[in-house]
Design a protein around this ligand. Sequence first.
Ligand code: AHR
Length: 666
Amino acid sequence: MVRVSLAALATAAALPLASAVDISVKATGGNATSPHQYGFLHEDINNSGDGGLYAELIRNRAFQSSNKFNSTLEGWTSVNGAALSLKDLAEPLSKALKTSMHVAAGSSSNGSSGHQVGFSNDGYWGMDVKVQPYAGSFWVKGAYEGSFTASLQSNLTGEVFGSTEIKAKTSPSEWVEHEFKLTPTKNAPNSNNTFSLTFDAAGAKDGSLDFNLISLFPPTYKGRKNGLRIDLAEAIKGFHPTLLRIPGGNMLEGNNRNSWWDWKNTLGPLKDRPGFSGVWNYQQSNGLGLMEYLELAEDMELEIVLGVYNGLSLDGDILSKEELVPFVEDALNQIEFVSGAASTKWGAVRASLGHPAPFKLQYVEVGNEDWLAGKEAGWASFKEYRFPMFLEAINKAHPHITVISSGSVFDGYEIPAPGAGDYHIYGTPDSLVDQFDLFDNVTIPHIIGEAAAVHPNGGKGWDAGLLEYPWWSGTIGEAVSMIGYERNADRIIGAAYAPIIRSLDRWQWSAVMIQFAADPAKTTLSTSWYLWELFAGHLMTHTLPASADFNPLYYVTGKNEEKGSYLFKGAVFNATTDEVPVSVVFEGLKPGTEAELTVLSGPEDPYGFNDPFTGVNVVKTAKTKVVSDTEGKFTFSLPDLSIAVLETKGAKCAKKKREMKMGLRH
Ligand code: AHR
């Protein structure tokens, strides 16, 4: 892979001083901006769902299978010589979960009471064990008198960190659920731990029992049942996202017409969720389902872009007009499930799952990257009838919803009104910088549904694969493109980083915003996270026109009417000088106004990245107070390859604080 060393360029010779970029910002004349500017796409890729954001600790908890993957005992190990086998019993746990695990003491048992047999699970490459309450459950079928022992222990030393006894209430003819709480008495020193469940072989009628849906959750984000891993949810929430695109990505499309992400399979009790073959080479549990996504959006106050399946799968198979009719109906049902009143058919289903109030739904996206799978035929059919069918039906039933095409005007689609587009960019720093003015003259609204720097400049692009981690000059490229989108945020509904997280133990796509492993100490915020945190943390409500040219300083100026503040966001990319002097004056703002300037600068090596294995963070954050001079100018300078935000003290915040001090507000 050829890499252009920007560091070498920068240090080769002392660079001359640059002339100042003097930015004069008008008080009026910009445009209102979308409040959902910065968000993310989530789909189960990189074990970012099962084993990731979805907090379930037990891997392969229900022996699920699909058209692509057979049921296996992966993740499970026998305890004390028990024989483990998979069985499709005549009376399965449910229609969805047909296969269960038969556990027989066999020759390991001498028939004497107290001989504990069972199984253990090593989780998703380990388990984090702390002194905190874990919520567990499992289903059993068989005649047994006695109790079960659930415990968490080290896989290295066997040390038990916590265990609990669960009195059996089993039946030979029925599946019975057992729930338990387990609070370890000690934090495990590392994540190389297992969960085990054992029973007294002598108490089981023929020395065996059948088990299914064995589950263990640590405390979850906002305490939701079947919820999210706290540190990962907090890392995501930490960059202040306002937009969530679900459920993909390729995951929505599925491998073929019989295997797409069917939202209906993801609802309700876990025993009714069959699982999904996924498109990223592992069986998925369906645990992180539509309802969980909606709750995530609710808990993080995110605007949703809801993807609906549209008859194109990754194998390129395309549904005909006639075949598509029930899928249009299905999308309308899905929309009703999300946003219909509790009195509607699907709204009632949502209400029965504990959420009578409709979720807000303003954006629905039809399919994903329809210009890619099925090549010309896929894209042609999308334009010819697939998008128009959904657009018409959704608009008719829900005129307030913006229906988004999965391709953009740059993919060669004159998107019919009142539709919007979706533009994806996985690029080099240079190609992202080229995005700066891409949307300046586009009138049709778009989301940037997937965006990230993934390839180095001068490399072999997709042929060389993706860089392992977001890197500093890539992050600067992203910053320039984000500024470009924000300048046009009257028509750019929002931009979503993708993919958002990855397991360091099994992944298909590197260069993601947050890296993680079973051990939360490994959760690593990339260089890009710092950019998004800075930009998303300083939202504008309106842009304001400004005078100076761009390059090497790319910027956007505006105000936040809610806070009463004025803003400048900038990024310096490939300057010919070490520093770029900048002055910004906001028309109408009086001299002596105070602002906070935050500058992110990076390592000497522009390919520097935040390394989960060393814990080194290459991003330097400098916050300073800047006061405008007698001419109202804020003056500062920005290093090459840096990102900055200047925001004046919000007049409205100051007023609010004063009022609070005087006891006028609470
Ligand atoms: O974000 C990873 C994948 O990239 C998405 O699933 C797909 O839409 C795109 O090609």
